[in-house]
Design a protein around this ligand. Structure first.
Ligand SMILES: NC(=O)C1=CN([C@@H]2O[C@H](COP(=O)(O)OP(=O)(O)OC[C@H]3O[C@@H](n4cnc5c(N)ncnc54)[C@H](OP(=O)(O)O)[C@@H]3O)[C@@H](O)[C@H]2O)C=CC1
Ligand SMILES: O=C(O)C(=O)Cc1ccc(O)cc1
Length: 426
């Protein structure tokens, strides 16, 4: 008989899993908060195999593998409440993006006869899971139980990676938390300067389209997803702080007109990260491929940019000794695009020289870069202080600013991601 799956938290990811598992013939027991029982029951009334229950106790006592798919910030309290009701001998896992607090909650609150096999789909709920990375962590379980979980998850057709919780968090601090801070900071800077970048002449061309579409894609999502994976990840604070320091130091070199020092630092970082030995993944995403994904209405002429945000990520990887290619196993679509445009810039000597010239001679990006520098440091402080309220406040303010264009941007971003996935080996 097929194992039954329990899902606690029927938000975007929980629903995506419930639909896929039930379509694959598993019986799925689900719940959200008790107040949503009636609504959820009506919504899934005609879905065979999906059994809506009023709360997590009832899901836990009858399911063979229970997945907690709730906000990362709440994992401890939700597991504390429902964990003790877990069926004897069942397996428990979660979908939260950061595993340290999730595994700590399982160890603290689950009875000792319960096994722990957890997972993380490295993509958002709107992306087809087929071929996307899926991390499986066998934390406290027999091989037979780990195989059961892997068998259930195989209906997603994702690319399975086996890691420990600690390995997962260290890699995703880079592929997710630092990547997001770069884009969160771009959005913060544009909002602070009261501009929509697709409406002005400075942000024209494929790389700019990628920056704009990814930034708006992030701001179209729920704040807690980004807050949780940055604030709760033990490895993220240091990496994000380094990104903010790299931004600040490079910007000061630009302001001071220190061409030689700037060029030397950029090239040294580039040589370390994109060394001849570094195995390129054929990601290379240049202006040509990305040109058509613009939110702008009219044709505009491309202008050189100093790409401070991109220079800073390479500087950050160099300072931390990170080889981004080795993180491809935990790459999200956003990370692959980010690495793709970065690689494109650093493997194109003419473009890199243009970037250095622009950084020293062209002052038209100075006020955007000033705001970007403030923003990177402010996001870093916010993550370091561990303040969910401050994070939410900052995030939702900017989300409101971009609200009128988020729908268009998500549509454009989906098309962009689809084209890129078809054009790059992943
Ligand atoms: N969205 C994404 O792109 C991805 C998210 N993740 C992770 O997956 C998890 C879920 O994310 P996502 O689905 O996007 O978030 P959602 O906010 O859409 O879903 C979380 C759901 O859990 C509910 N919930 C909270 N407390 C309880 C409880 N005590 N009992 C039952 N349900 C509860 C929430 O209710 P309420 O809203 O009222 O709090 C909400 O409906 C998060 O940890 C996230 O970090 C992982 C991969 C991708
Ligand atoms: O691709 C990204 O970085 C996203 O923004 C979507 C996302 C968010 C959280 C996850 O744990 C996994 C994927």
């Amino acid at each position: 008989m097929k194992a039954s799956v329990g899902i606690i938290g029927m938000g975007l990811m929980g629903r995506m899993y419930a639909k896929r598992f039930s379509a694959a013939g598993y019986s799925v027991n689900v719940c959200d908060r008790p107040a949503r029982y009636e609504e959820l029951n009506t919504e899934f009334a005609d879905k065979h195999n999906v059994n809506v229950l009023p709360n997590g106790h009832l899901v836990s006592r009858i399911s063979d593998w229970i997945i907690y798919s709730v906000e990362a910030e709440m994992i401890d309290s939700v597991v504390a409440e429902y964990g003790p009701s877990t069926k004897v001998g069942a397996i428990v896992g979660g979908q939260t993006s950061c595993k340290a607090p999730e595994l700590a909650a399982f160890e603290k609150h689950l009875p000792s006869d319960v096994e722990i096999v957890t997972c993380h789909s490295l993509h958002g709920p709107g992306v087809d899971p087929k071929g996307q990375p899926l991390v499986i962590i066998k934390h406290r379980a027999s091989q037979k139980s780990a195989d059961t979980v892997e068998q259930i998850l195989s209906c997603l057709e994702s690319k399975v990676i086996h890691l420990t919780g600690e390995e997962h968090d260290r890699i995703t601090a880079d592929t997710q938390a630092v990547t997001h801070v770069a884009f969160l900071s771009m959005g913060t800077a544009w909002a602070a300067n009261n501009q929509f970048p697709w409406e002005i002449d400075r942000y024209v061309g494929g790389i700019e389209n990628a920056k704009i579409n990814i930034t708006l894609r992030i701001y179209s999502n729920k704040w807690h997803v980004y807050a949780g994976l940055a604030i709760l990840n033990p490895a993220a604070k240091r990496q994000i702080r380094q990104y903010a320091e790299s931004v600040t130091e490079l910007y000061k070199l630009m302001l001071g007109g220190h061409r030689e020092e700037l060029a030397q630092r950029i090239r040294q970082a580039g040589a370390a990260v994109f060394s001849k030995d570094a195995k390129s993944q054929d990601l290379l995403l240049g202006d040509d491929l990305l040109d058509k994904f613009s939110l702008s209405k009219g044709p505009k002429e491309k202008r050189p940019n100093n790409h401070l945000s991109i220079l800073a990520i390479v500087d950050c990887w160099w300072k931390l000794g990170i080889v981004p290619y080795s993180h491809m196993i935990c790459s999200t679509p956003l990370f692959r695009i980010w690495l793709g445009v970065t690689e494109y810039l650093y493997r194109n000597e003419a473009l890199l020289s243009e970037v250095i010239d622009t950084a020293i001679n062209d002052h038209s990006f100075r006020s955007d870069d000033l705001e970007f520098t403030f923003a990177a440091r402010a996001w870093s402080d916010c993550v370091s202080f561990g303040s969910f309220d401050a994070y939410r406040d900052r995030f939702e303010n900017i989300q409101r600013y971009f609200a009128p264009r988020l729908e268009d941007a998500v549509r454009m971003g989906n098309e962009m991601i689809k084209t890129i996935m078809e054009n790059t080996k992943t």
